[in-house]
Structures are given as C-alpha cells and as structure tokens.
Ligand binder design. Sequence first.
Ligand code: AMP
Length: 361
Amino acid sequence: MKIGIIGAGQLGRMLALAGYPLGLRFVFVDQSEDAPGAQVGRIICGAFDDETKLAQLADEVDVITFDVENVPVEAVRGIAARKAFLPPVSALGASQDRLHEKTLFARLKIPTPPFAAVDTFDDLQKAAREIGVPGVLKTRRLGYDGRGQRLIRKMSDLDEAWQTLGSVPLIYEGFVDFSREVSLIGVRSTTGETRFYPLSANTHEGGILRYSVAPYRNAPLQKQAEQYLKRLFKHFDYAGVLTVEFFVKRGRLIANEMAPRVHNSGHWTIEGAHTSQFENHIRAILGLPLGSTSPIGHSAMVNFIGELPTLRNILRIPGVHFHSYGKEPRPNRKLGHCTVVAASAGARDRALRQLLRLKSA
Ligand code: AMP
C-alpha cells in the first residue's frame, strides 16, 4: 500500500516513519524538494494548488492525506472525488477559517470564546464594545503559531491592530483568562472505531507550543472533551486523527481551534503511548484496527524552536528521545523535539526542567 501525503513537513516525515514498519510506502507533494519528508520518501515537487502534481500523486497512491491545513480545498476536490482523501475535505475546509470553525463549534454546542466577524474598522469597534476588552484580533485564514494575531488590551489598541491586520477578513475573540491549555487527540477509523489519547497540557510562548505534559489527568475534562470530539467526528463522518485545543477556565473547557491532523501536542505519543498518533492516523485512514492509546508512563515533550542544542548535550539526559527534523535553523521555526517518559509525574517534571534548561543554553 502506498500513501500520498500533501505536505512534507515534520508531521509528514513522522507519519512515514510510523508507517514503514507496517510495510507501507509514502510519496509527498511539497514545494520544497528538501523538506523533512525527503529523508523518508519521494517528493513530487509542486505547490499545494498545483492540480497536475496533485493528480500525479493521486495516480500512484491508494489513499491521500495531508500534514498541513493550508491545502486549498478547491484544488483537492478533484482528487478527493476519485481517491480516498482523509480526513474529509469538509473538515479541512472548516479548519481553515477561524470564523467557520467557531460557528461550527457553536452549532455543535462546543463552548468557544465570544467571537464576531470583522471586515471593517466599524465592525472591529463594535465587536470590541460588545465582547469587551481584552480581546484577540486574528486573521480568519492562514494564521498559525501565533502569527496573524494581535492582543487588544484597551480600546485605543484597535487602531494599530487594524493597521497591521485589517487588509484581510478577521475575527475578534474575547480574551480567555485561562488557568491552562489542553488538547485532546482522537482518532476515528473509516470503520467507525474511535479512540482517544489522554489530555495533554500545553504551554505556549509567543503563540508557539513550547512544551506538553501528558497524561493530564482530569476525568471530568477528559470525558467532556471526548464528547466534543465525538460530535465533530459525527458531523464530518471523520476518519484519521483529529486534535482540538481547549482553554481551561474555572474547570470548564472552551474550544480554541481544531486541527484535522496529527498535532505537535501529540508528539509524546511516539514513545509515551502504546501506539503513536502517527501510526493510528495511518491505521485509521486505511480502515485497519486502531492501536491502544493508553499512556506508558508520564511524558513531557519539549520543542526546539529557532535553534537546536548540540546532540551531545541532549543525549546526556537519561532516557531522552530526540527527533531532529533536518530543517535549516530560522527564528521561530520548529526544528526538533525531545520526549522523556518517566515512571512518576515527579521524575517526569525533573526531566522536563532539565530539557527546558537545555533549550535556553
Ligand atoms: P491560536 O493560533 O489561535 O492557537 O493561538 C495561539 C495561542 O495564543 C493560544 O494557544 C493561546 O495561548 C493564545 N490565545 C489565542 N486566542 C486566545 C484567546 N481568545 N484568549 C486567550 N489566549 C488566546
């Protein structure tokens, strides 16, 4: 069996690494011929909206998936009509526009921060008055890792934010004074079999995920988050891995966003769960039995952003697992990550502190 992946970033690379032991082969479409996926599969070099290259990919694989959300929906409709394309195009489309995504959450009774569409400066003033400040102004499309957002602390911040972001459709959201951020990763097979990983607690810095700790044990929140993902699974008739990021405020979940793909906050599952999110994604889109999502111990995952510590210093940490994505260092670029899996939460937290010190060294 051959799997086609649109996008050959680190997520695509880790999908292929998980699939090789199962005897699967991988081909990617990516604009860059030396993207991380090139180390583990062939890249058909082309833009995500290059329908000729996408058709070429479709011709040679059994199922198509993607490792990025900015794959233009219109460009993939053709291949999705004649080849299995999973997760469904509808889920990809919903995740690309923060306004559609939040409107869908609201329809499915998944709590969100208060939000309003902003197309004019008047809309922005009205939204900030009605929803209140502080708030966050975000581009509806193509925002990720904190890009395309402005924190609005007071009404007088609106002008500057509008100057910076106002050329594209926007969304204004109430600022959530959260006690923590968590994500739930679920997986649903084409057969309908569904499993969930334990919640992961995520710490962002400058809008980018710095580290995750899992399992984050909180039975009521786990149950609530699973119910929300089940609604999304049903809505989309979903297959593959789905991630939803939530804020936790006063013991309740507020959905921030969904990603119809494997997720950075689930990298710990490679060593910290019986079956990784990557392997389960592949099993799910092929209709194979899913693997256990149970954690093996207490995991922490730390991202290396902008620069990598030396290999020698990383490997000095007992029990560390290191993943380098083979990318050129650049500010704010995710270059690799480390995971530790410990027998107790205390031992995990000690190892996490070591890893974080390494990062800033
Ligand atoms: P996003 O790109 O929407 O995932 O935002 C990146 C990060 O910015 C989130 O993980 C939060 O830490 C923060 N953030 C985004 N939206 C809000 C909000 N409405 N209230 C508080 N913090 C937010």
